[in-house]
Ligand binder design. Structure first.
Ligand code: RP5
Length: 164
């Protein structure tokens, strides 16, 4: 199976990407992680993207905050699918990064998940890889069954809890 690239604009984004990495690991998906910034290390970010396909990656996940150009800059240099995670900032609560990541002009797509959506980025990457991998698709089905069972377990106890 191809691996997932996790790139963050700063190590201050790490808490969000820990969730991404844990979710990938729980599904048996390998990953490689880097700190590359579209602004501070543009050459390294470009070089990584240009060589990602031949280096065995299948999907790239890019997390950045503020004027978040990382996902778009990576996507400009590869035709691998790129998933953007807008990270919350102190000043604008992540709206800045959300708009910077999601509003890509026609021609260079970035699949954007929710602000700080580290888990969904991993799940979307898994679903992309699962298009050609029945075993991985079965693992995703099983996870959804478990998640649904956990919700229904809460449903059974909610009438008592609301009266506490
Ligand atoms: C972005 O700027 C990073 O992705 C991070 O979310 C934000 C702040 O970076 P630091 O100043 O914490 O390094 O490039």
């Amino acid at each position: 199976m191809r691996k997932v690239g996790i790139i963050m604009g700063s190590d201050s984004d790490l808490p969000i990407l820990k969730k991404t990495a844990a979710t990938l690991t729980s599904l048996g998906i390998g990953y490689e992680v880097h700190v590359y910034s579209a602004h501070r290390t543009p050459a390294e970010a470009r070089d990584f993207a240009v060589s990602a396909r031949k280096n065995g990656f299948g999907v790239l996940i890019c997390a950045a905050g503020m004027a978040a150009h990382l996902a778009g800059a990576i996507a400009a240099n590869t035709t691998l699918p790129v998933i953007g995670i807008p990270c919350k900032s102190q000043t604008l609560d992540g709206i800045d990064a959300l708009l910077s990541t999601v509003m890509m002009p026609s021609g260079i797509p970035v699949a954007t998940v929710a602000i700080d959506g580290g888990v969904n980025a991993a799940l979307l990457a898994a679903q992309i890889l699962a298009v050609e991998d029945e075993g991985l698709a079965a693992k995703l089905d099983e996870k959804r069954r478990k998640d649904a069972a956990a919700v229904l377990e809460k449903d059974r106890g909610i009438a008592e809890r609301i009266a506490e």
